[in-house]
Design a protein around this ligand. Sequence first.
Ligand SMILES: Nc1nc2c(ncn2[C@@H]2O[C@H](COP(=O)(O)OP(=O)(O)O)[C@@H](O)[C@H]2O)c(=O)[nH]1
Ligand SMILES: [Mg+2]
Length: 475
Amino acid sequence: MSAYGDTVPIAAQAAQGALALLRTSGQGALELLAGIFSRPRALLEAPGNTVVHGWILSEPVDGAESGAGKIDEVLVSVYRAPRSYTGEDGADISCHGGSAAAAAILESLRQTGFRDALPGEFTFRAFMNGKLDLTRAESVMELVSAKTQGGLERAVRRLSGLLEQEIRQIRERLLEAVSAAELYLDYSEDEIEVSPDEAAGRLPRREEAEEALRRLRALAASYRREQIYREGALAVIAGRPNAGKSSLFNALLNEDRSIVTGTPGTTRDWIEASLSLEDIPLRLADTAGIREMPVPGENLEEAEAMGIERSRELIRGADIILYVADGSAGLTGEDRNFIRRQGEKVIPVWNKTDVREPPDEARRGYPRLVAVSARTGRGMAELCGALAAALKDFPHISAGEELLPAGLGTRRQKDLTEKAADALEEALAMADREEPLDIIAPLLREALHHLGEITGEVSSADILETMFSRFCLGK
Ligand SMILES: Nc1nc2c(ncn2[C@@H]2O[C@H](COP(=O)(O)OP(=O)(O)O)[C@@H](O)[C@H]2O)c(=O)[nH]1
Ligand SMILES: [Mg+2]
Protein backbone atom coordinates (compact mmCIF):
# COMPACT_ATOMS: atom_id res chain seq x y z
CA MET A 1 0.00 0.00 0.00
CA SER A 2 1.34 3.37 -0.96
CA ALA A 3 0.75 6.12 1.55
CA TYR A 4 1.79 9.65 2.30
CA GLY A 5 4.97 9.91 4.27
CA ASP A 6 7.62 7.94 2.39
CA THR A 7 10.29 9.39 0.12
CA VAL A 8 10.30 6.96 -2.81
CA PRO A 9 10.35 8.43 -6.31
CA ILE A 10 6.85 9.44 -7.38
CA ALA A 11 5.47 10.72 -10.66
CA ALA A 12 2.28 12.31 -11.92
CA GLN A 13 1.02 14.25 -14.86
CA ALA A 14 0.51 17.81 -13.69
CA ALA A 15 -0.75 19.67 -16.74
CA GLN A 16 -1.84 19.18 -20.29
CA GLY A 17 -2.32 21.64 -23.11
CA ALA A 18 -0.13 22.46 -26.06
CA LEU A 19 2.58 20.97 -23.88
CA ALA A 20 2.11 18.42 -21.13
CA LEU A 21 3.95 18.46 -17.85
CA LEU A 22 4.92 15.48 -15.76
CA ARG A 23 6.31 15.89 -12.34
CA THR A 24 8.67 13.58 -10.46
CA SER A 25 10.18 13.74 -6.99
CA GLY A 26 11.87 11.52 -4.45
CA GLN A 27 15.08 10.01 -3.30
CA GLY A 28 16.93 8.68 -6.35
CA ALA A 29 14.40 10.18 -8.78
CA LEU A 30 17.07 11.62 -11.08
CA GLU A 31 19.01 8.33 -11.23
CA LEU A 32 15.83 6.45 -12.06
CA LEU A 33 14.84 8.95 -14.70
CA ALA A 34 18.31 8.80 -16.26
CA GLY A 35 17.63 5.11 -16.96
CA ILE A 36 14.96 6.00 -19.50
CA PHE A 37 16.52 9.22 -20.79
CA SER A 38 18.45 9.45 -24.05
CA ARG A 39 21.24 11.47 -22.42
CA PRO A 40 21.63 9.92 -18.98
CA ARG A 41 25.03 11.47 -18.28
CA ALA A 42 23.85 14.98 -19.10
CA LEU A 43 20.93 14.47 -16.73
CA LEU A 44 23.00 13.01 -13.91
CA GLU A 45 25.58 15.76 -14.14
CA ALA A 46 23.09 18.60 -14.48
CA PRO A 47 23.21 21.05 -11.59
CA GLY A 48 19.95 21.90 -9.84
CA ASN A 49 17.61 24.40 -11.51
CA THR A 50 18.85 23.70 -15.01
CA VAL A 51 17.16 22.27 -18.07
CA VAL A 52 18.31 19.26 -20.07
CA HIS A 53 17.08 18.42 -23.54
CA GLY A 54 16.61 14.83 -24.70
CA TRP A 55 14.20 11.97 -25.35
CA ILE A 56 12.20 9.80 -22.99
CA LEU A 57 12.57 6.14 -23.94
CA SER A 58 10.11 3.34 -23.58
CA GLU A 59 12.52 1.12 -21.70
CA PRO A 60 15.68 1.37 -19.65
CA VAL A 61 18.90 1.60 -21.66
CA ASP A 62 22.42 0.88 -20.46
CA GLY A 63 24.33 4.00 -21.25
CA ALA A 64 23.34 3.83 -24.91
CA GLU A 65 22.89 7.40 -26.02
CA SER A 66 21.30 6.41 -29.31
CA GLY A 67 18.17 5.13 -27.64
CA ALA A 68 15.73 2.86 -29.32
CA GLY A 69 12.04 3.20 -28.50
CA LYS A 70 11.87 6.98 -28.28
CA ILE A 71 8.56 8.16 -26.83
CA ASP A 72 8.83 11.92 -27.02
CA GLU A 73 11.31 14.74 -27.19
CA VAL A 74 11.31 16.56 -23.89
CA LEU A 75 12.83 19.25 -21.73
CA VAL A 76 13.72 18.09 -18.26
CA SER A 77 13.96 20.68 -15.48
CA VAL A 78 16.33 19.29 -12.89
CA TYR A 79 15.93 20.08 -9.18
CA ARG A 80 18.27 18.98 -6.45
CA ALA A 81 17.44 18.73 -2.75
CA PRO A 82 16.81 20.81 -0.85
CA ARG A 83 16.23 23.45 -3.52
CA SER A 84 13.01 22.16 -5.01
CA TYR A 85 9.28 22.45 -4.41
CA THR A 86 9.21 19.25 -2.37
CA GLY A 87 12.67 19.66 -0.89
CA GLU A 88 13.70 16.42 -2.61
CA ASP A 89 15.56 15.64 -5.83
CA GLY A 90 13.20 15.72 -8.75
CA ALA A 91 12.50 16.68 -12.32
CA ASP A 92 9.69 18.21 -14.30
CA ILE A 93 9.35 16.76 -17.75
CA SER A 94 7.65 18.87 -20.40
CA CYS A 95 6.74 16.94 -23.47
CA HIS A 96 4.82 17.64 -26.66
CA GLY A 97 1.23 17.75 -25.46
CA GLY A 98 -1.41 15.25 -26.30
CA SER A 99 -2.58 12.67 -23.84
CA ALA A 100 -0.89 9.78 -25.65
CA ALA A 101 2.66 11.10 -25.21
CA ALA A 102 2.13 12.00 -21.56
CA ALA A 103 0.47 8.66 -20.83
CA ALA A 104 3.30 6.76 -22.52
CA ILE A 105 5.91 8.70 -20.55
CA LEU A 106 4.06 8.07 -17.30
CA GLU A 107 3.91 4.37 -18.12
CA SER A 108 7.63 4.31 -18.83
CA LEU A 109 8.26 6.07 -15.51
CA ARG A 110 6.20 3.39 -13.76
CA GLN A 111 8.10 0.60 -15.51
CA THR A 112 11.37 2.00 -14.32
CA GLY A 113 10.23 2.23 -10.72
CA PHE A 114 8.32 5.45 -10.11
CA ARG A 115 5.14 5.10 -8.12
CA ASP A 116 2.05 7.12 -9.07
CA ALA A 117 1.85 10.14 -6.83
CA LEU A 118 -1.15 10.41 -4.54
CA PRO A 119 -3.30 13.55 -4.73
CA GLY A 120 -1.39 16.45 -3.18
CA GLU A 121 1.62 14.28 -2.44
CA PHE A 122 4.15 16.75 -3.83
CA THR A 123 2.78 19.45 -1.57
CA PHE A 124 2.58 16.98 1.31
CA ARG A 125 6.29 16.31 0.94
CA ALA A 126 6.98 20.02 0.70
CA PHE A 127 5.16 20.42 4.02
CA MET A 128 7.00 17.50 5.62
CA ASN A 129 10.31 18.95 4.50
CA GLY A 130 9.51 22.32 6.03
CA LYS A 131 9.09 24.09 2.70
CA LEU A 132 5.73 25.50 3.65
CA ASP A 133 3.35 25.43 6.57
CA LEU A 134 -0.21 24.14 6.34
CA THR A 135 -1.80 27.51 5.61
CA ARG A 136 0.48 27.92 2.62
CA ALA A 137 -0.05 24.32 1.51
CA GLU A 138 -3.79 24.89 1.57
CA SER A 139 -3.42 28.09 -0.41
CA VAL A 140 -1.80 26.08 -3.20
CA MET A 141 -5.14 24.38 -3.75
CA GLU A 142 -6.96 27.67 -3.58
CA LEU A 143 -4.77 29.08 -6.33
CA VAL A 144 -5.81 26.26 -8.58
CA SER A 145 -9.51 26.91 -8.04
CA ALA A 146 -9.54 30.72 -7.82
CA LYS A 147 -12.29 32.15 -10.00
CA THR A 148 -11.53 35.85 -9.99
CA GLN A 149 -8.51 38.12 -9.72
CA GLY A 150 -9.62 39.07 -6.20
CA GLY A 151 -9.83 35.44 -5.13
CA LEU A 152 -6.42 34.80 -6.60
CA GLU A 153 -4.84 37.76 -4.83
CA ARG A 154 -6.20 36.59 -1.51
CA ALA A 155 -4.87 33.09 -1.97
CA VAL A 156 -1.51 34.53 -3.00
CA ARG A 157 -1.35 36.48 0.24
CA ARG A 158 -1.70 33.20 2.10
CA LEU A 159 0.79 31.50 -0.18
CA SER A 160 3.29 34.25 0.59
CA GLY A 161 2.94 33.38 4.24
CA LEU A 162 1.00 36.40 5.49
CA LEU A 163 -1.55 34.25 7.30
CA GLU A 164 1.16 32.03 8.73
CA GLN A 165 2.90 35.14 10.01
CA GLU A 166 -0.26 36.49 11.63
CA ILE A 167 -0.89 33.16 13.37
CA ARG A 168 2.69 33.02 14.58
CA GLN A 169 2.45 36.53 15.97
CA ILE A 170 -0.73 35.70 17.82
CA ARG A 171 0.94 32.55 19.07
CA GLU A 172 3.87 34.51 20.42
CA ARG A 173 1.61 36.79 22.43
CA LEU A 174 -0.20 33.81 23.80
CA LEU A 175 3.07 32.14 24.67
CA GLU A 176 4.00 35.20 26.71
CA ALA A 177 0.79 34.84 28.68
CA VAL A 178 1.18 31.09 29.11
CA SER A 179 4.76 31.19 30.29
CA ALA A 180 4.01 34.04 32.66
CA ALA A 181 1.11 32.04 34.09
CA GLU A 182 3.17 28.90 34.43
CA LEU A 183 6.05 30.73 36.01
CA TYR A 184 3.67 32.17 38.54
CA LEU A 185 2.24 28.73 39.24
CA ASP A 186 5.66 27.18 39.80
CA TYR A 187 6.56 30.01 42.07
CA SER A 188 3.47 29.80 44.21
CA GLU A 189 3.91 26.06 44.62
CA ASP A 190 7.32 26.55 46.20
CA GLU A 191 6.48 29.66 48.13
CA ILE A 192 3.70 28.76 50.46
CA GLU A 193 3.40 32.38 51.59
CA VAL A 194 1.47 33.15 48.39
CA SER A 195 -2.05 32.44 49.48
CA PRO A 196 -4.56 30.88 47.10
CA ASP A 197 -6.45 34.15 47.33
CA GLU A 198 -3.50 36.04 46.04
CA ALA A 199 -3.01 33.66 43.18
CA ALA A 200 -6.67 33.73 42.28
CA GLY A 201 -7.90 36.17 39.71
CA ARG A 202 -4.49 37.06 38.47
CA LEU A 203 -3.62 36.49 34.91
CA PRO A 204 -0.11 37.75 34.44
CA ARG A 205 0.41 39.38 31.07
CA ARG A 206 -3.31 39.48 30.63
CA GLU A 207 -3.05 42.19 27.97
CA GLU A 208 -1.20 39.73 25.72
CA ALA A 209 -4.04 37.25 25.98
CA GLU A 210 -6.59 39.97 25.29
CA GLU A 211 -4.78 41.17 22.21
CA ALA A 212 -4.45 37.59 20.98
CA LEU A 213 -8.19 37.10 21.43
CA ARG A 214 -9.02 40.28 19.56
CA ARG A 215 -6.90 39.21 16.61
CA LEU A 216 -8.26 35.67 16.63
CA ARG A 217 -11.82 36.96 16.48
CA ALA A 218 -10.90 39.26 13.60
CA LEU A 219 -9.34 36.32 11.79
CA ALA A 220 -12.39 34.13 12.35
CA ALA A 221 -14.61 36.88 10.98
CA SER A 222 -12.45 37.11 7.87
CA TYR A 223 -13.42 33.62 6.78
CA ARG A 224 -16.79 34.54 5.34
CA ARG A 225 -15.30 37.34 3.28
CA GLU A 226 -12.51 35.13 1.94
CA GLN A 227 -15.09 32.49 1.13
CA ILE A 228 -17.07 35.07 -0.79
CA TYR A 229 -14.04 35.89 -2.90
CA ARG A 230 -13.54 32.19 -3.48
CA GLU A 231 -17.04 30.88 -3.99
CA GLY A 232 -19.11 33.95 -4.52
CA ALA A 233 -21.54 35.85 -2.33
CA LEU A 234 -25.13 34.73 -2.42
CA ALA A 235 -27.59 37.41 -3.43
CA VAL A 236 -31.18 36.26 -3.29
CA ILE A 237 -34.01 38.02 -5.06
CA ALA A 238 -37.10 37.91 -2.92
CA GLY A 239 -40.47 39.56 -2.96
CA ARG A 240 -44.18 38.99 -3.35
CA PRO A 241 -45.47 37.06 -6.34
CA ASN A 242 -45.59 39.13 -9.50
CA ALA A 243 -43.34 41.89 -8.13
CA GLY A 244 -40.98 41.31 -11.05
CA LYS A 245 -38.31 39.14 -9.42
CA SER A 246 -37.74 36.93 -12.43
CA SER A 247 -37.76 39.93 -14.73
CA LEU A 248 -35.15 41.58 -12.54
CA PHE A 249 -33.09 38.40 -12.41
CA ASN A 250 -33.07 38.30 -16.18
CA ALA A 251 -32.33 41.98 -16.51
CA LEU A 252 -29.38 41.55 -14.17
CA LEU A 253 -28.03 38.66 -16.14
CA ASN A 254 -29.04 40.21 -19.38
CA GLU A 255 -30.21 36.88 -20.60
CA ASP A 256 -33.38 34.84 -20.45
CA ARG A 257 -32.87 32.14 -17.90
CA SER A 258 -36.10 31.98 -16.01
CA ILE A 259 -39.66 32.05 -17.15
CA VAL A 260 -41.28 35.44 -16.95
CA THR A 261 -45.02 35.33 -16.89
CA GLY A 262 -47.92 37.31 -15.55
CA THR A 263 -49.19 34.45 -13.41
CA PRO A 264 -48.11 34.48 -9.75
CA GLY A 265 -46.06 31.54 -8.53
CA THR A 266 -44.37 30.53 -11.80
CA THR A 267 -40.89 30.13 -10.40
CA ARG A 268 -41.70 27.03 -8.42
CA ASP A 269 -38.14 26.23 -7.72
CA TRP A 270 -35.30 28.64 -7.52
CA ILE A 271 -32.81 29.32 -10.22
CA GLU A 272 -29.26 30.47 -9.83
CA ALA A 273 -26.67 32.16 -12.00
CA SER A 274 -23.12 33.36 -11.47
CA LEU A 275 -21.79 36.75 -12.30
CA SER A 276 -18.92 38.90 -11.17
CA LEU A 277 -19.37 42.40 -9.79
CA GLU A 278 -16.26 44.53 -9.43
CA ASP A 279 -14.25 41.38 -9.21
CA ILE A 280 -16.33 39.80 -6.49
CA PRO A 281 -18.02 36.63 -7.67
CA LEU A 282 -21.73 36.69 -7.05
CA ARG A 283 -24.30 33.92 -7.09
CA LEU A 284 -27.65 35.39 -7.94
CA ALA A 285 -30.76 33.39 -7.09
CA ASP A 286 -34.32 33.99 -8.21
CA THR A 287 -36.89 32.59 -5.84
CA ALA A 288 -40.49 31.64 -5.85
CA GLY A 289 -42.74 34.31 -4.45
CA ILE A 290 -42.96 34.45 -0.73
CA ARG A 291 -46.40 34.62 0.70
CA GLU A 292 -46.02 35.39 4.31
CA MET A 293 -49.68 34.83 5.04
CA PRO A 294 -51.59 32.53 2.72
CA VAL A 295 -54.77 34.16 1.59
CA PRO A 296 -57.64 32.71 3.66
CA GLY A 297 -59.45 29.96 1.84
CA GLU A 298 -56.74 29.64 -0.74
CA ASN A 299 -55.11 26.29 -1.24
CA LEU A 300 -51.51 26.58 -2.29
CA GLU A 301 -50.47 23.95 -4.74
CA GLU A 302 -47.99 21.58 -3.18
CA ALA A 303 -45.26 22.47 -5.67
CA GLU A 304 -45.65 26.13 -4.96
CA ALA A 305 -45.60 25.54 -1.23
CA MET A 306 -42.31 23.67 -1.65
CA GLY A 307 -40.94 26.51 -3.71
CA ILE A 308 -41.75 28.89 -0.90
CA GLU A 309 -40.01 26.68 1.63
CA ARG A 310 -36.89 26.61 -0.56
CA SER A 311 -37.05 30.36 -0.88
CA ARG A 312 -37.04 30.72 2.88
CA GLU A 313 -34.00 28.48 3.12
CA LEU A 314 -32.17 30.49 0.50
CA ILE A 315 -33.03 33.72 2.24
CA ARG A 316 -31.61 32.41 5.49
CA GLY A 317 -28.28 31.68 3.77
CA ALA A 318 -28.18 34.90 1.76
CA ASP A 319 -25.46 37.50 2.09
CA ILE A 320 -27.60 40.05 0.35
CA ILE A 321 -31.32 40.11 -0.29
CA LEU A 322 -32.68 42.09 -3.17
CA TYR A 323 -36.20 42.62 -1.96
CA VAL A 324 -38.35 43.49 -4.94
CA ALA A 325 -41.52 45.45 -4.36
CA ASP A 326 -44.12 45.83 -7.06
CA GLY A 327 -44.04 49.60 -7.56
CA SER A 328 -47.38 49.57 -9.34
CA ALA A 329 -48.94 48.30 -6.11
CA GLY A 330 -46.73 50.33 -3.76
CA LEU A 331 -45.09 49.07 -0.59
CA THR A 332 -47.47 46.73 1.17
CA GLY A 333 -47.45 45.90 4.84
CA GLU A 334 -45.95 42.56 3.95
CA ASP A 335 -43.12 44.29 2.08
CA ARG A 336 -42.40 46.56 5.01
CA ASN A 337 -42.41 43.67 7.49
CA PHE A 338 -40.00 41.64 5.43
CA ILE A 339 -37.55 44.49 4.94
CA ARG A 340 -37.61 45.31 8.62
CA ARG A 341 -37.14 41.70 9.71
CA GLN A 342 -34.21 40.95 7.40
CA GLY A 343 -32.48 44.14 8.47
CA GLU A 344 -29.04 44.96 7.21
CA LYS A 345 -28.92 42.31 4.49
CA VAL A 346 -31.66 43.91 2.45
CA ILE A 347 -31.47 46.20 -0.52
CA PRO A 348 -35.07 47.26 -1.16
CA VAL A 349 -35.83 47.46 -4.87
CA TRP A 350 -38.81 49.41 -6.14
CA ASN A 351 -39.64 47.81 -9.48
CA LYS A 352 -41.89 48.99 -12.34
CA THR A 353 -40.90 52.66 -12.22
CA ASP A 354 -42.23 52.81 -15.76
CA VAL A 355 -45.67 52.50 -14.18
CA ARG A 356 -45.09 54.36 -10.94
CA GLU A 357 -42.18 56.18 -9.30
CA PRO A 358 -41.59 55.63 -5.58
CA PRO A 359 -43.14 58.39 -3.46
CA ASP A 360 -40.79 60.54 -1.37
CA GLU A 361 -42.12 58.84 1.73
CA ALA A 362 -40.72 55.48 0.51
CA ARG A 363 -37.34 57.03 -0.28
CA ARG A 364 -37.17 58.68 3.11
CA GLY A 365 -38.21 55.51 4.92
CA TYR A 366 -35.74 53.36 3.01
CA PRO A 367 -32.53 55.26 2.28
CA ARG A 368 -31.10 52.23 0.50
CA LEU A 369 -34.08 51.95 -1.83
CA VAL A 370 -33.18 51.57 -5.49
CA ALA A 371 -35.84 52.32 -8.09
CA VAL A 372 -35.73 50.30 -11.29
CA SER A 373 -37.74 49.11 -14.18
CA ALA A 374 -36.82 45.57 -15.07
CA ARG A 375 -38.83 46.11 -18.25
CA THR A 376 -37.07 49.22 -19.59
CA GLY A 377 -33.74 48.68 -17.84
CA ARG A 378 -33.93 51.99 -16.04
CA GLY A 379 -31.98 52.07 -12.77
CA MET A 380 -30.20 48.78 -13.45
CA ALA A 381 -26.74 50.36 -13.41
CA GLU A 382 -27.58 51.97 -10.09
CA LEU A 383 -28.73 48.62 -8.75
CA CYS A 384 -25.46 46.96 -9.81
CA GLY A 385 -23.62 49.77 -8.06
CA ALA A 386 -25.65 49.22 -4.89
CA LEU A 387 -24.94 45.50 -5.05
CA ALA A 388 -21.23 46.03 -5.48
CA ALA A 389 -21.17 48.53 -2.61
CA ALA A 390 -23.08 46.08 -0.43
CA LEU A 391 -20.54 43.36 -1.21
CA LYS A 392 -17.79 45.64 0.00
CA ASP A 393 -19.49 47.45 2.86
CA PHE A 394 -22.01 45.19 4.52
CA PRO A 395 -20.60 44.65 8.00
CA HIS A 396 -21.10 40.89 7.94
CA ILE A 397 -19.06 40.73 4.76
CA SER A 398 -16.33 43.27 5.33
CA ALA A 399 -15.73 42.66 9.04
CA GLY A 400 -12.16 43.27 10.08
CA GLU A 401 -10.93 43.67 6.51
CA GLU A 402 -8.72 46.64 7.25
CA LEU A 403 -7.11 45.05 10.30
CA LEU A 404 -5.63 41.98 8.72
CA PRO A 405 -2.83 41.28 6.27
CA ALA A 406 -4.52 38.05 5.23
CA GLY A 407 -7.71 36.19 6.03
CA LEU A 408 -8.59 32.56 6.62
CA GLY A 409 -8.78 30.39 3.55
CA THR A 410 -10.31 27.13 4.70
CA ARG A 411 -13.00 25.80 6.96
CA ARG A 412 -10.32 23.87 8.84
CA GLN A 413 -8.47 27.08 9.64
CA LYS A 414 -11.69 28.76 10.73
CA ASP A 415 -12.74 25.94 13.05
CA LEU A 416 -9.34 25.87 14.73
CA THR A 417 -9.23 29.65 15.03
CA GLU A 418 -12.61 29.61 16.71
CA LYS A 419 -11.59 26.82 19.04
CA ALA A 420 -8.50 28.79 20.04
CA ALA A 421 -10.55 31.95 20.55
CA ASP A 422 -13.18 30.11 22.59
CA ALA A 423 -10.57 28.59 24.89
CA LEU A 424 -8.93 31.96 25.33
CA GLU A 425 -12.21 33.72 25.98
CA GLU A 426 -13.09 31.13 28.58
CA ALA A 427 -9.69 31.63 30.22
CA LEU A 428 -10.23 35.38 30.42
CA ALA A 429 -13.74 34.92 31.78
CA MET A 430 -12.39 32.62 34.47
CA ALA A 431 -9.78 35.15 35.39
CA ASP A 432 -12.56 37.73 35.73
CA ARG A 433 -14.32 35.38 38.11
CA GLU A 434 -11.04 35.12 40.03
CA GLU A 435 -10.73 31.41 39.50
CA PRO A 436 -7.36 29.83 40.33
CA LEU A 437 -4.62 30.13 37.81
CA ASP A 438 -3.94 26.42 37.69
CA ILE A 439 -7.25 25.80 36.00
CA ILE A 440 -6.89 28.81 33.71
CA ALA A 441 -3.42 27.96 32.42
CA PRO A 442 -4.49 24.71 30.67
CA LEU A 443 -7.05 26.70 28.65
CA LEU A 444 -4.30 29.01 27.46
CA ARG A 445 -2.29 25.92 26.51
CA GLU A 446 -5.29 24.59 24.63
CA ALA A 447 -5.56 27.79 22.60
CA LEU A 448 -1.85 27.51 21.78
CA HIS A 449 -2.33 23.94 20.68
CA HIS A 450 -5.08 24.88 18.22
CA LEU A 451 -2.92 27.61 16.73
CA GLY A 452 -0.18 25.05 16.24
CA GLU A 453 -2.66 22.86 14.41
CA ILE A 454 -3.48 25.66 11.99
CA THR A 455 0.09 26.00 10.78
CA GLY A 456 0.85 22.31 11.19
CA GLU A 457 3.42 22.61 13.94
CA VAL A 458 1.12 20.24 15.75
CA SER A 459 -0.42 17.70 13.44
CA SER A 460 -1.51 14.11 13.22
CA ALA A 461 -0.98 11.74 10.33
CA ASP A 462 -4.65 11.13 9.62
CA ILE A 463 -5.56 14.81 9.62
CA LEU A 464 -2.77 15.50 7.15
CA GLU A 465 -3.81 12.62 4.98
CA THR A 466 -7.43 13.73 4.84
CA MET A 467 -6.34 17.23 4.03
CA PHE A 468 -3.89 16.44 1.26
CA SER A 469 -6.04 13.77 -0.31
CA ARG A 470 -8.45 16.55 -1.33
CA PHE A 471 -5.73 18.08 -3.47
CA CYS A 472 -5.59 17.32 -7.14
CA LEU A 473 -3.20 14.89 -8.68
CA GLY A 474 0.20 16.33 -9.54
CA LYS A 475 0.01 19.07 -6.88
N1 LIG B 1 -44.55 47.53 -16.30
C1 LIG B 1 -43.65 46.68 -15.82
N2 LIG B 1 -43.96 45.39 -15.68
C2 LIG B 1 -43.03 44.54 -15.18
C3 LIG B 1 -41.76 44.99 -14.81
N3 LIG B 1 -41.05 43.94 -14.33
C4 LIG B 1 -41.90 42.87 -14.43
N4 LIG B 1 -43.08 43.23 -14.94
C5 LIG B 1 -44.22 42.37 -15.20
O1 LIG B 1 -44.73 41.87 -13.97
C6 LIG B 1 -45.20 40.55 -14.14
C7 LIG B 1 -44.51 39.61 -13.19
O2 LIG B 1 -43.14 39.53 -13.49
P1 LIG B 1 -42.22 38.34 -12.97
O3 LIG B 1 -40.83 38.74 -13.25
O4 LIG B 1 -42.69 37.03 -13.45
O5 LIG B 1 -42.54 38.46 -11.41
P2 LIG B 1 -42.15 37.45 -10.22
O6 LIG B 1 -43.35 36.67 -9.92
O7 LIG B 1 -41.80 38.36 -9.06
O8 LIG B 1 -40.98 36.65 -10.64
C8 LIG B 1 -44.93 40.20 -15.60
O9 LIG B 1 -46.10 40.43 -16.34
C9 LIG B 1 -43.86 41.17 -16.02
O10 LIG B 1 -43.87 41.44 -17.38
C10 LIG B 1 -41.46 46.40 -14.96
O11 LIG B 1 -40.36 46.88 -14.66
N5 LIG B 1 -42.44 47.18 -15.47
MG1 LIG C 1 -40.78 34.57 -10.82
